[in-house]
Each structure stands twice: as C-alpha cells, then as structure tokens.
Design a protein around this ligand. Structure first.
Ligand SMILES: Cc1cc2nc3c(=O)[nH]c(=O)nc-3n(C[C@H](O)[C@H](O)[C@H](O)COP(=O)(O)OP(=O)(O)OC[C@H]3O[C@@H](n4cnc5c(N)ncnc54)[C@H](O)[C@@H]3O)c2cc1C
Length: 484
C-alpha cells in the first residue's frame, strides 16, 4: 500500500491551516542581483523603464547578464532553451501588476511560470517578461467548508501535504512537482475524476490579474465569463494569483494490474476497450506503455470491498492468461517524480478503444516505440464525462481516453528518433482525435487549438478579445482574440 490511511485520521479538526513557505522563499530570493538591460533595447526606450521595473519589483529580478539568469530560465522540458527579456519572481500581487503593466506599455509578451513543468516549455519565452509565481505557494485549508485556497505557483505536492493529513483530496495529476494552476487551468488529466470531476471542475473561485493590471475575483457570480474561461482555457486570460478548490473525502483505491507482452498488446487493448465501455463512477482505468518494459493495463476501484472484488473478478476473468497484481493505494504528498529531460509530446482524446483500425494503429505505435517512446491512456468517465460541454471551457467531455505520446532523449541522435516517433504516430492517431488535452500538446498552431476546443473556441476567443485584445498572454496554447 502506498501510504497508511490511518495516518490521515485528524481530518475532522476545525482548523485554518497556512504554510509559511511563501514568506521564507520571498526573503531568500529578494536579495538577488539585478543586471542591466541588453543594449538593443536602448533604441526604443524600454531599457530605462526596465531599470525602473527592476527597482520597483520586490522579488528577485533577473535579466541577461545577471548571475542566475541561465539557471532561472531553465524549465523542466530541456527541449526549450529560451531567453526571456527579464524574469521577475513576484513577491505579491502588486509585483504581478507592475510586470503586466510594464509589458502592456511596451507590448512585450508575458510568460507565466508556475511549477515550470509545461511539456511545451511555456513558462519561458524568447524576449518575454517572465512572471515567476514560485513565491505564490501558500496553501490555506478550511476543513469545515472543505475548501483549499492555493497561490498561483503552488505545486501539487505542497497542496497534498496540507490536505491529505486532514483526510481530504481533490483530483490532481501524478507528479508532485507539477504546478497546480498550470494543470487545473488547462483542465487536468486527474484521478479520481469519475467520482469528483477533473481538476478544473473543482475550481470554485480564483483571483486573476488581467492584461490591464486589474485584480479581479472570479466565481460563478463574479466575472462569470472569465470564471468559465479559466476552467480549461489555460493561462490565456491573465495571471491567476489564487485558486480555490472544492475538497472531498480521501479515498483508498483497490488496484489491479496486468503486465502485457509486446506481442499481445493489440488483443489486450481490445479486451480493455470492451471492459471500459460502461464503468461505474467508482472505477478508474488506464493503459501505460513503457518504452523498456512494455504495456501495463490497470484499473482501480474506490468503492466498498465487496463491489471492488466483483469488479476485479470480472477483469481477472477477461484477462485470464495474464497474471493479476493486486494492491491498494492512496495519494502521497510527494507524488511520483520525473527527472528533468528533453521530451517530445503529442496528445489525443480518443472516444473509445473498440475500433479495430485504431487498436491496430496503437499496437503498431507501441512496437515502433520500443526503446523510444511511451504511451498513456487514462479513462475519463463518471462525473468528469457528464459535465455538459458548454459548462466549462475544458472540452474533453463524454467518456474517452486522455492520451499522451511522449519520447525523451539525452543525445542529439535520440532526439531525432524521439521527435520522429511522436510526429509519425501522433499523426496516425489524428483521425480519431480531433480533440486533445492542451497540456499534452507541443506548441501548436492556431488551427489545431481551434479544433481542440471545438464548440467552446468561439466563446473563448470573444472573452480573450475583451480582456487581452493585444494578446499579451500568448506563451501558451494560444486563443487568438476574436476580431469584432
Ligand atoms: C512530469 C510531468 C508529469 C505530468 N503529469 C500530469 C498529470 O498527471 N496530469 C495532468 O493533467 N498534467 C500532467 N502534466 C502536464 C502539466 O499539467 C502541464 O505541463 C502544466 O502546464 C504544468 O504546469 P506548471 O505550472 O508546472 O508549468 P509552467 O511551465 O510553470 O506553466 C505552464 C503554463 O501554464 C499557465 N500557467 C501556469 N500557472 C499559471 C497561473 N498561475 N496563472 C495563469 N497561467 C498559469 C501559463 O500559460 C504557463 O505558461 C505533467 C507534466 C510533467 C512534466
């Protein structure tokens, strides 16, 4: 078992708990050196203003020539080696406003950095002003209302460290270092979404700094258009300095998994596709294909022991030639960690796994990816699948599989193979995947983003035009402001 549920026994305590990490981080970083602006900026007068901004920002301010500039511009995906104009680790909302106002005045794009784990490297951009939210990692929990409020740069492990000991949880991703906002604003590929919806479905309020430098409160009755847009539309609408999440009781998952031989993948996928055609909300299911070890089919059950046993018996009988592995798990504060790497990705939201031609493509992709690339298919069912498409900007509704192709590299030769495999098999899946999870895409052309959001795109583009007509926030899967 991943962790003892008994360790989380104190969850009825009425307390308002606050971490002190943010304050400590800001003190440590505020003392860092401030370099001078690159000379090419002198011509248009930005440099003098940049000096002024550097003096006004309370947190660390770095630019080309500053010590730490090269360290600070590095992001998780080493494929992206970008050189921002400057990087401000903002110490409070006023710092964010100062940066956004400066960027707007000079028409300089803003790159928002939360946890720095964007597969597309969006936390850093050439020539941009980076708003680094690393010091926004305060977590406040109200156990009575079951609400957690997190700063815009909080990582998943920091949120879980505060809520799991109270016996509370909210759907999040598997890696503790990923930024909560970066994940939730794009929607989230999370569990247990069948029972609780996905991450953006549990956002009940937010604070956002707009391109005008206004600080807005968002919720069902406060700026409802923006509240709709940030639940799926990513960082397109401004800098989110706080997110409020609905919490739920922490659940234990009874897991069952099967290792599948390389040559049995097609058959196993077909069986899997049939088994998950109709699943109760308490069931989780997925397939992972590791480039070295092959495929693993897994399912989890969040309900009572008797129903879980019946569920497992059905799966064991369906996969009778494979050896079942059974255990139980709860999320851990640390989450699973992945080392920094260069990574090529593509995403697809597959509406089913019963089409023989699709299964054939997937099995061939797995074999071609042996020692090159990995595949992941997570079932999106239950509550997450039933939210009406137009209720949030996040478009991946209806039952389906949030799928990720990824291939990492450590040498130039590996990079060529990795990018080729992702490109080839991502394209092969496209006939089944007009929609995709934006966080699983490489930086994508406007047409692809329009396609991915489907019927929600037009409204997103109108809201973008209203709040960010100059497209200041464009280091993201960009929604182009609608032309009126
Ligand atoms: C190892 C690893 C594991 C992952 N696992 C999962 C998973 O299980 N489930 C899942 O859904 N995704 C997963 N992802 C994808 C992840 O959701 C995205 O990469 C996400 O963008 C990371 O957010 P971040 O804040 O860490 O990234 P950053 O690079 O800091 O930010 C990326 C972009 O998100 C937006 N953004 C971030 N914070 C804010 C904010 N406060 N206000 C406005 N915009 C903001 C901005 O556009 C920003 O440029 C994983 C990624 C990695 C690298």
């Amino acid at each position: 078992m991943a962790a003892e549920p008994d360790a989380f026994s104190d969850w009825t305590r009425r307390a308002f708990i606050r971490t002190g990490v943010a304050a400590a981080g800001a003190v440590a970083l505020g003392a860092c050196a401030r370099g001078s602006a690159p000379s090419h900026l002198d011509a248009n007068g930005v440099a003098a203003d940049l000096d002024g901004l550097a003096r006004q920002v309370r947190g660390r301010f770095l630019r080309e020539g500053s010590p730490l500039y090269d360290d600070a511009r590095r992001v998780w995906n080493l494929a992206y080696d970008r050189r921002p104009l400057a990087m401000a680790r903002c110490d409070g909302v006023d710092d964010v406003r100062r940066c956004v106002t400066f960027a707007r005045r000079h028409d300089i794009p803003v790159a928002i950095r939360g946890g720095g784990h964007s597969y597309a490297g969006f936390g850093v951009a050439d020539g941009a002003l980076q708003v680094d939210l690393g010091a926004f990692n305060t977590v406040s929990v109200d156990p009575e209302r079951r609400v957690a409020s997190v700063g815009g740069g909080t990582r998943i492990k920091e949120l879980l460290a505060m809520i799991l000991p109270l016996g509370l949880h909210t759907p999040m991703g598997g890696c503790g270092d990923v930024g909560v906002a970066g994940l939730a604003l794009a929607g989230g590929d999370t569990s247990p979404r069948g029972m609780y919806g996905t991450a953006c479905d549990n956002v009940i309020g937010a604070q956002l700094v707009t391109a005008d430098g206004d600080v807005l409160e968002l919720g069902p009755d406060r700026n409802p258009d923006l509240f709709w847009a940030i639940r799926g539309g990513g960082g397109n609408f401004g800098v989110v300095t706080r997110l409020d999440f609905q919490l739920h009781p922490l659940l234990t998952q009874r897991r069952l998994s099967f290792m599948v031989g390389w040559n049995d993948i097609a058959g196993a996928l077909r069986t899997f596709g049939e088994l998950v055609r109709e699943t109760p909300d308490v069931v989780r299911a997925g397939v992972t294909v590791d480039k070295d070890t092959g495929a693993v089919i897994s399912t989890g059950h969040y309900g009572d022991a008797e129903s879980a046993s019946a569920h497992q018996a059905k799966w064991i009988s369906a996969f009778r030639t494979l050896k079942p592995v059974v255990d139980t798990a709860v999320p851990t504060p640390q989450g699973q960690m992945w080392a920094t790497t260069g990574l090529a990705v593509d995403g697809a939201f597959l509406e089913g796994l019963t089409d023989d031609r699709l299964v054939d493509v997937l099995a061939r992709a797995a074999l071609a990816g042996r020692s090159v690339g990995a595949m992941l298919f997570g079932l999106s069912n239950g509550v997450a699948s039933r939210v009406p498409m137009a209720d949030t900007a996040y478009p991946l509704r209806g039952v389906g599989f949030s799928s990720l192709l990824s291939a990492e590299w450590h040498t130039a030769a590996e990079r060529v193979r990795a990018e080729q495999w992702v490109k080839e098999w991502g394209a092969a899946l496209r006939p089944w995947a007009r929609r995709a999870y934006v966080n699983y895409l490489a930086p994508s052309a406007p047409e692809r983003i329009r396609e991915v959001y489907g019927v929600n795109y037009a409204r997103l583009a109108r809201i973008k035009a209203q709040y960010d007509p100059a497209n200041l926030f464009r280091s993201n899967q960009n929604i182009v402001p609608a032309i009126s």
